[in-house]
Design a binder for this molecule. Structure first.
Ligand code: FUL
Length: 488
C-alpha cells in the first residue's frame, strides 16, 4: 500500500515539475524586426561579389576610339587570337565571379550574330563570319563557374531605326530577347543613359525593357541610373560617397538625368527602395583598349577599392581586351598585384586573436545568440552583435592581448539582410578617436589617416542608427601599402 501511495506521489511530483519547466522555459531571443526596404535575394548575392569585371570590346578596339561613329566597316573586326578563356582566367585570378561584356556599344556593332542586323560579327572576317563573342565568353565562363552579364547600349549610332521611337524600341527589345534567351543565365544587364549631344531624340520604353528582362531571366539584376536592381554611383571614377546608402527613392531618378549624380552617389536614408550602387571604372584611362594607354598604378586601384567596396558598393572594374583578342599582359600583371594586395591586407584579421571582445549590452542577454563574439565568425550576414535596445552610443570593444593591437585599417560590416541602419559611428583606440564615419552598410573600410596605430582597446561606438544596430563583422587589418601623406 505504501509502495503504491509513494509511486503515485512521485508521478504527480514529476508531472508538476515538468509542467513548471514548460511554463517557465526561457524563450529563445528572436532576431529583431527588419528595417525596410530590404535587398532581394539577387541583390544580396550581387553585393557579396564585391568585385566584378567589365570587358569593353568591339570595333572601337580596332579604330583606337572610345565612341564609334556607327559607320565602321565590320571588316575591321578581326581579333585573330581571341581567347575568352584567357579573359575569364584573368578574372578568376583577380577574385571575380561575374563578368560583363559590351554585347553592343554605342556604334551599334553586335558581338553576336543578331538576326535583326548585318552590322555584327557575322559581317566580319573573324572566323569567316561564323564567330560569336557572346557565346565564347559564356562557354569560357561556364567552364570556370563564373557568371555572365551583358551590356546592350541603348544609344545606337548605326541603326537607322534610332530616332524612330516605335521601330527602334522594337528592334532593341528583339535584340534583348536574343541575348536573354540564347545564352543561358545572365546575372546582370547593363543599361546606360550616355548619348551624344547631336543624337536624334529618342524615347526608350524602359518599362517594356525591364518587364521583358524579368520575364526572361529570374535572377538577373538590372543596372541603370535608376535601377530597378542596381544603381549607377554617379561618376566613372569608381568612387562612392563617403556616406552611401543602399536605399534611395526610385521615383526621384530617371535614366540619363545629369542633375541626380550627387543623389546617386550618396543614396538616401529615407529612401523607400533598396537600390545599391555599382562603381564602374576602367583599369586604364579609356574603356576600350588603346595601344598608347597602360593600366593604372596599384595605389590608384587600391584607392578605388577603398572608395567603392569600402563604401558599401560593388566595384565594376573594366579590363579591355586588345586587338589580338586578349587581355594585355600589363593588365594581367597589375590585376595579379591588385588581388595579391587585397589578400595580403584582408586575409588576416588581427581582431581574431584578441584577449576579449565585449559590448555595452546584447539582445536577450548572455547566451541569447546576439553576443559580440558573432562579429568574429565567418558569416558576414546572418550572425551579428545586436545591443539590448535601440539607444545611441552602444559600443563594442576589442581588447588585445599583452602585445596590443597594431593595425591601420578597420573593417565594419552591417547585417544588411535586416536593412541598412547605422547613420553615424566612431572608432576609438585607448580612448582616442582615430576615425569616424556615417553609413556602414555591407562593408565600410576605414584606412586610418594617422597611419598605423598601436593600442590595447579598440572601441566602435554607434552614435546614431535608424533602429537597433546589427554588426555582422569587424576586422582590424594591416595594410602595408598605405602611407598617408601627412604622416612621416
Ligand atoms: C558610358 C559609355 O558612354 C562609355 O563609353 C562606357 O561604356 C561606360 C561604361 O558607360 O555610358
Amino acid at each position: 500500500m505504501f509502495k503504491l501511495w509513494f509511486s503515485l506521489f512521485l508521478t504527480t511530483l514529476i508531472f508538476q515539475v515538468q509542467k513548471f519547466a514548460v511554463c517557465e522555459r526561457e524563450q529563445i531571443p528572436t532576431p529583431p524586426l527588419p528595417v525596410l526596404p530590404l535587398p532581394s535575394y539577387s541583390q544580396l548575392k550581387w553585393q557579396q561579389r564585391e568585385l566584378i569585371m567589365f570587358f569593353h570590346f568591339g570595333v572601337n578596339t580596332f579604330t583606337d576610339s572610345e565612341w564609334g561613329t556607327g559607320n565602321e566597316n565590320p571588316a575591321i573586326f578581326n581579333p585573330v587570337g581571341l581567347d575568352t578563356n584567357q579573359w575569364v582566367s584573368t578574372a578568376v585570378e583577380a577574385g571575380v565571379s561575374l563578368v560583363i561584356l559590351t554585347a553592343k556599344h554605342h556604334d551599334g556593332f553586335c558581338l553576336w550574330p543578331s538576326k535583326y542586323t548585318d552590322h555584327s560579327v557575322a559581317g566580319s572576317p573573324w572566323k569567316n563570319g561564323h564567330g560569336d563573342v557572346v557565346q565564347e565568353l559564356v562557354n569560357a565562363a561556364k567552364a570556370r563557374g563564373v557568371d555572365v552579364g551583358l551590356y546592350l547600349s541603348p544609344w545606337d549610332r548605326h541603326d537607322r531605326r534610332y530616332g524612330h521611337d516605335l521601330q527602334y524600341n522594337e528592334y532593341y527589345l528583339a535584340q534583348l530577347h536574343e541575348l536573354l534567351s540564347r545564352y543561358g543565365d545572365v546575372r546582370e544587364i547593363w543599361f546606360d543613359g550616355a548619348k551624344g549631344s547631336n543624337a536624334p531624340n529618342m524615347s526608350y520604353y524602359f518599362t517594356d525593357w525591364f518587364a521583358m528582362v524579368k520575364e526572361l531571366q529570374s535572377s538577373i539584376n538590372v543596372f541603370s541610373d535608376a535601377g530597378p536592381d542596381v544603381r549607377w554611383v554617379g561618376n566613372e571614377k569608381g568612387f562612392a560617397g563617403s556616406t552611401c546608402w543602399s536605399t534611395i527613392n526610385r521615383s526621384s531618378l530617371s535614366i540619363g538625368d545629369g542633375s541626380i549624380v550627387g543623389y546617386l552617389n550618396t543614396g538616401d536614408p529615407k529612401g523607400t527602395d533598396w537600390l545599391p550602387a555599382e562603381c564602374d571604372v576602367s583599369i586604364r584611362k579609356g574603356w576600350f583598349w588603346h595601344k598608347s594607354q597602360s593600366p593604372k598604378k596599384l595605389s590608384d586601384l587600391l584607392d578605388i577599392y577603398y572608395n567603392s567596396v569600402g563604401r558599401n558598393c560593388v566595384l565594376l572594374l573594366n579590363v579591355p581586351p586588345n586587338t589580338t583578342g586578349l587581355i594585355s599582359e600589363s593588365d594581367v600583371q597589375r590585376l595579379k598585384e591588385f588581388r595579391n594586395a587585397i589578400d595580403t591586407i584582408f586575409s588576416t584579421n588581427l581582431a581574431e586573436n584578441c584577449f576579449l571582445i565585449r559590448a555595452s549590452s546584447q539582445r536577450g542577454g548572455k547566451g541569447g545568440g546576439f553576443g559580440p563574439e558573432n562579429v568574429l565568425d565567418s558569416d558576414h550576414l546572418w550572425t551579428y552583435w545586436a545591443p539590448g535596445d535601440h539607444q545611441d552610443d552602444q559600443w563594442i570593444e576589442i581588447i588585445g592581448t599583452d602585445g596590443g593591437l597594431r593595425f591601420n585599417v578597420v573593417r565594419i560590416q552591417e547585417a544588411i539582410g535586416l536593412g541598412q541602419r547605422i547613420k553615424r559611428h566612431e572608432i576609438y583606440v585607448d580612448g582616442k578617436l582615430v576615425a569616424k564615419g556615417s553609413t556602414v552598410g555591407y562593408k565600410k573600410l576605414h584606412r586610418l589617416e594617422s597611419g598605423v596605430v598601436h593600442g590595447h582597446v579598440v572601441r566602435i561606438k554607434i552614435k546614431e542608427s535608424k533602429a537597433v544596430p546589427l554588426i555582422s563583422s569587424i576586422g582590424l587589418h594591416f595594410d602595408p601599402y598605405w602611407h598617408p601623406k601627412n604622416v612621416q
